[in-house]
Design a protein around this ligand. Structure first.
Ligand code: AMP
Length: 173
C-alpha cells in the first residue's frame, strides 16, 4: 500500500509554513484504512497491552478500531473541558502557546499497560503529555502508535523511550 499517495497534504494549514498531513483521506479509502488498522494490530502482536488510550480527535478513530479488534478497553484523552467526570490533566507546549488534555481519572487503572494512539507525531509533546498522566497514576506505557512520524522534529528526544511506531515518516516539510 502506497500510503504517501493516499495522504492528503495541505500547505500552510493551520498557519503559514506548516504542511498539514490530513489522514482523513485514509478514512475515505477503505483499502488504505484496512491496511492501516491491520498494520497497527500487527505491530503489537507480541506486546502485552491492557488497554488503549486514544487522543482527540483523529486518534479516536484508530484507537477504536484497535480496541474493537483486540477486545481491549478504550480510554479517551480529550481536550480540556469536554469530559464530565473527575479528570487528571496535563498541559503541554505547542509551537505557539499551550494546550491541556484530560482523562477520566477512574479509567486510568494503575498497574496496567496502556498503548497510546494518535494520527501523527510531530514534536511528541502531545504524546508525552498522555504518557505523563499514565505514569502519574502508577500505570505504564506499553507503546506509542501513530500513522505518520515527522522525526526531523526530534520527537525521539521526548518519547523515544516508549518505542514509538509509525507506518510512514516524512523527513522535511
Ligand atoms: P506534537 O504534539 O507536536 O507531536 O503534535 C501532534 C499533534 O498535532 C497530533 O495530534 C497531530 O494531529 C497534530 N499535528 C501536528 N503537526 C501536524 C501536521 N503537520 N499535520 C497534521 N497534524 C499535525
Amino acid at each position: 500500500m502506497n500510503l504517501d499517495a493516499v495522504i492528503r497534504k495541505v500547505p500552510d494549514f493551520p498557519k503559514p509554513g506548516i504542511l498539514f498531513y490530513d489522514v482523513t483521506s485514509i478514512f475515505l479509502n477503505p483499502d488504505a484504512f484496512r491496511f492501516v488498522v491491520d498494520e497497527m494490530v500487527r505491530c503489537y502482536k507480541d506486546v502485552q497491552i491492557d488497554g488503549i488510550i486514544s487522543i482527540e480527535s483523529r486518534g479516536f478513530l484508530l484507537g477504536a478500531c484497535f480496541a474493537y479488534n483486540k477486545g481491549l478497553p478504550l480510554v479517551l484523552a480529550r481536550k480540556k473541558g469536554k469530559l464530565p467526570g473527575k479528570t487528571i490533566s496535563q498541559s503541554y507546549l505547542l509551537e505557539y502557546g499551550s494546550a491541556t488534555l484530560e482523562i477520566h481519572e477512574a479509567d486510568l487503572i494503575p498497574g496496567k499497560r496502556w498503548l497510546i494512539i494518535d494520527d501523527l507525531i510531530a514534536t511528541g509533546g502531545t504524546l508525552q503529555a498522555v504518557a505523563n498522566m499514565i505514569e502519574k497514576v502508577g500505570a505504564s506505557v506499553a507503546g506509542i502508535f501513530s500513522i505518520i512520524g515527522l522525526p526531523f522534529l526530534n520527537y525521539h528526544e521526548k518519547i523515544g523511550k516508549y518505542d514509538p511506531k509509525t507506518l510512514i515518516n516524512y523527513h522535511s516539510e
